[in-house]
Design a protein around this ligand. Sequence first.
Ligand code: G3P
Ligand code: CA
Length: 327
Amino acid sequence: MDTRQALAPLAGATPLVFAHRGSSAALPEHTVAAYERAVVEGVDGFECDVRLTRDRHLVCIHDASIARTSNGRGRVTRLTLAELNRHDYTSWHREWVATRGPDAVRVSTTDDGILTLDRLLSLARGAGRSLRLLIETKHPSRFGGDVERQLVDLLTRHGLTGATRTASEPDVRVIVMSFSIRALRRVRALAPEIPTVFLFDIPTPSLWSGRPPDGADLLGPSIRMVRHCPEVVRRAHDRGVGVLVWTVNRPADIELVHSLGVDGIVTDRPADVLAALNRPVPGDRGGTGLAAPTGTGSPAPGDGRLGPCPSTTGVSTTEGSSPGWLD
Ligand code: G3P
Ligand code: CA
């Protein structure tokens, strides 16, 4: 099977451009405003991270704790949705911007609690055009496989699994990603039609050879991996395996991944990536020109700790390792 079809161009343009946590260089990550801005900027899709609340709602948040991206404290899995909604998930970003000068960015958003995946799916379905959603399940989680079970249930309620998806236009489709291969295998068992992406930032010979572990359709190397071993893209393509790269914010990295012919680019700065790809940008690009990176990207090129880009071997991998937090 050619897994590159999962990232087939939506409008004749390739690679697909995904807004990482929304248009998150310009606006607070994982907020309605950040995703609405991404739609205006012309993205092909969204990326989001999901975790379960104590009362088993899927919410869009990267960290296990709400401390960095809200004015509250506590772990997502220990708080109910109602408790999470008592906090503001935007003002932290204004404060961050304030330290970088008055012309850094214009923020305009609503303080409307934590973003649920239910709401994000509704936003995508109501956007009025075709979109792809990259949903990353975060592990380890004390709820284990409930994360994927709840996810597939919710996607089914939205008509986004094979069993319920209707061939309507505009067409919204979901791709599930994880650093945990066990999580992807659960998705495969629950909804085999949903494409899966194995994320990695730790090299193994099997991954370098362009081969995803069983249960994954596509490869999701970090930009650090691709800088270090660009050949991984060709090796994957030779196997018919699609590649999407995260988090690509710097001009040189955009140029690199485009020249390699990757299938998807995940970025905090979708307007900049679309412009670099000569894709028309339908909305106002004002406010996206932050003076400094968001800090969510990868280390600078030249990181010698990875060792040499290896030739391919047959060593297999079965487990992903998350750079995340134990919750
Ligand atoms: O798109 C994949 C990327 O988001 C994985 O890293 O830490 O930003 O979730 P992280
Ligand atoms: Ca993510």
